[in-house]
Design a protein around this ligand. Structure first.
Ligand SMILES: Cc1cc2nc3c(=O)[nH]c(=O)nc-3n(C[C@H](O)[C@H](O)[C@H](O)COP(=O)(O)OP(=O)(O)OC[C@H]3O[C@@H](n4cnc5c(N)ncnc54)[C@H](O)[C@@H]3O)c2cc1C
Length: 559
């Protein structure tokens, strides 16, 4: 039986951010640029030159020390499991490919690189890929008063966010990277932190237990060998059941995105035996449009699609369907059409973000935090760029947009492979529809996440709005070292949790505690291999955690 130090569930952006952060020595969030530069310089060049210690007058490094091989990354034994593939970002890439998304929605400081807040921007300039940045026009600019903003909003009923929330000096951040630029940067992070080799496995996690090794004695492991006696001193560990057997780990990090499978709304007449020839959820999109619709297009027979949802995905798919030859798309939204730059309000991203985050963290209860989350995200929205695309299709009669409208009843005719009756709340006159896509998002609710049920039974945590009330270290609870990042950590990370910014902040908060726990366990049992580098990084931990000052590090490195 092999016990990994850390097992990460999910190889999406959040999983990658946390894995990379566990291998980064100098955390971006806690160091200024100057400190970063100085520290990196000393690490890289400090051993090549002699620096006299001012007190002892002794050279900093003797030649044996200078030429000793250095370990670039700490060697935490880490395994990553992902339901979608055996490589990083498989699901992300699949979705971006099938929706043909050429640019991200988020700004330049939304990325997964732990080294530096401006890492994506730096990567772009370094590789001369500035041409792959798209400006977020109208987002940055002169200060607008609250009154003017309100007036403008009422007059146009359009973009709900004025430029006032972003300082002119931050303009460089307010571009969106092309999808391929973002992918290249992620790849660079994977390589820089040696995360490419055999770390990610395609396995679906089905259950997570946390108990003593004795309780897991009966486990059939890959090798067929049961527990090794040398592990008997080990405190509790995790046993993770996957579709490929059992895995063991001291620490588990959940980076599973929404956590739940996508589900379509309950509608009278909609058969729930998925997959169905007549509909799908956007997150489970296969060939698009499906084969029977493509046959119609090839035979020049008009085809009709119905897309449900008020977010960016619904408009992206409507646009794609038309580009691929669908005659007309009906777009149904249960609320109003909202236009926003990002899916979280600009005030949580721009210059007032600290004020808002502080209010979020100091809220009295998780219920209050949940309310703030809901208000900040406020359902689905589309970007100004896609609003223009949508308007053009509406003008040409290729998209019919219906807000405040829901489907009430459906009837599928298997012989014609169409929905021959579609009743809506606004009694729309609709032709026979060939295909329906539900771009209705995915609800997170850990009370119905199958692989968390055992943990919930044994170590119950409070749940608000479907999200776990984690401790402040993003841990399931003080006694269970299961960390949670991404959307499921929303009650601790704030409205940016489901996005790339949440990935980086979550990784930062988790990493300190992971190294602490592993170190503690190593000291306690004496049987865990020395996985955490001490010395310089021990000093670093002391500094960042406020136990020492940074001159102590410099002094130690030169003396
Ligand atoms: C089309 C689209 C475009 C987006 N664009 C942006 C953008 O531009 N900027 C932005 O900030 N955000 C964007 N988002 C939001 C985006 O989802 C997040 O930024 C990001 O994907 C969150 O990463 P994650 O790792 O938390 O989740 P995910 O990307 O969903 O990854 C979770 C991973 O966990 C795995 N997993 C889940 N359950 C299990 C299990 N039981 N066993 C094993 N593995 C499991 C999944 O296979 C998946 O690979 C976009 C979302 C979509 C759908």
């Amino acid at each position: 039986m092999h016990i990994h130090d850390v097992l990460v569930v999910g190889a999406g952006p959040c999983g990658l951010a946390v894995a990379a952060r566990l291998r980064e020595h100098t955390p971006s969030a806690t160091f200024t640029d100057d400190e970063h530069q100085r520290y990196h310089w000393i690490r890289k060049h400090g051993r090549k030159i002699n620096v006299k210690n001012y007190r002892t007058n002794v050279d900093s490094f003797d030649s044996a020390k200078r030429h000793a091989p250095r370990q670039e990354h700490n060697n935490i034994d880490m395994l990553v499991l992902d339901a979608d593939g055996g490589d990083w970002m498989t699901k992300w890439k699949k979705l971006f490919r099938s929706f043909e998304i050429d640019y991200l929605r988020s700004p330049m400081f939304f990325h997964i690189d732990p080294a530096d807040r401006d890492a994506l921007l730096g990567y772009t300039h370094e590789n001369a890929r500035d041409g792959e940045l798209q400006p977020l026009s109208g987002c940055v600019g002169r200060e607008t008063s609250k009154h003017r903003k309100k007036k403008k909003r009422h007059a146009t009923g359009r973009v709900a966010q004025g430029g006032a929330d972003v300082d002119e000096r931050d303009r460089k951040d307010y571009f969106t990277p092309s999808s391929s630029l973002f992918d290249s940067h992620c790849r660079e992070v994977v390589e820089r932190y040696s995360l490419a080799e055999n770390i990610v496995r395609k396995e679906v996690v089905q259950n997570i237990e946390y108990d003593t090794l004795a309780a897991f004695e009966d486990t059939d492991t890959e090798s067929g060998v049961s527990e090794q006696s040398s592990f008997s001193d080990e405190p509790k560990v995790f046993r993770i059941k996957t579709d490929n057997g059992f895995r063991f780990a001291r620490i588990v990090i959940l980076a599973v995105g929404a956590g739940n499978a996508p589900s379509v709304p309950r509608i009278c007449g909609l058969p729930y035996s998925a997959p169905h020839a007549g509909y799908c959820h956007a997150m489970q999109l296969g060939r698009f449009p499906p084969k029977h619709v493509m046959t119609k297009i090839a035979n020049r027979v008009p085809s009709y699609l119905l897309i449900v949802g008020g977010g960016l995905t619904s408009v992206q798919l409507a646009d794609l369907a038309i580009k691929r030859g669908v005659e007309k798309v009906w777009l149904l939204m249960r609320g109003a059409l909202k236009v926003k730059y990002f899916d979280v309000d600009l005030e949580w991203v721009g210059k007032f973000r600290n004020v808002n985050q502080a209010a979020f963290w100091s809220a009295d209860s998780d219920e209050e935090r949940w309310e703030m989350l809901m208000k900040a995200r406020n359902g689905g929205s589309i970007t100004p760029r896609y609003k223009k695309i949508l308007d053009a299709h509406v003008t040409r009669g290729r998209i019919s947009l219906h807000t405040h409208t829901t489907i009430e009843n459906l009837g599928w005719d298997p012989s014609s492979r169409t929905w021959d009756s579609v009743a809506t709340s606004t009694e729309l006159p609709l032709p026979a529809i060939d295909y329906i896509v539900f771009a209705t998002g995915v609800k997170s609710d850990i009370t119905s996440t199958p692989y968390l049920q055992h943990l919930q039974d044994m170590y119950a945590v409070d749940v608000v709005g479907g999200l776990p009330c984690l401790n402040d270290d993003l841990m399931w609870c003080d006694d269970v070292p299961l960390f949670v990042t991404g959307r499921l950590a929303g009650l601790r990370l704030g409205p940016g949790a489901p996005n790339l910014v949440g990935a980086r902040v979550g990784a930062e908060r988790i990493a300190w505690n992971v190294t602490d726990i592993l170190e503690r366990r190593r000291k306690m049992s004496g049987i865990i291999s020395d996985t955490i580098e001490t010395g310089q990084d021990g000093d670093l931990v002391d500094f960042v955690s406020g136990r020492n000052n940074r001159f102590h590090i410099l002094d130690n490195q030169s003396g």
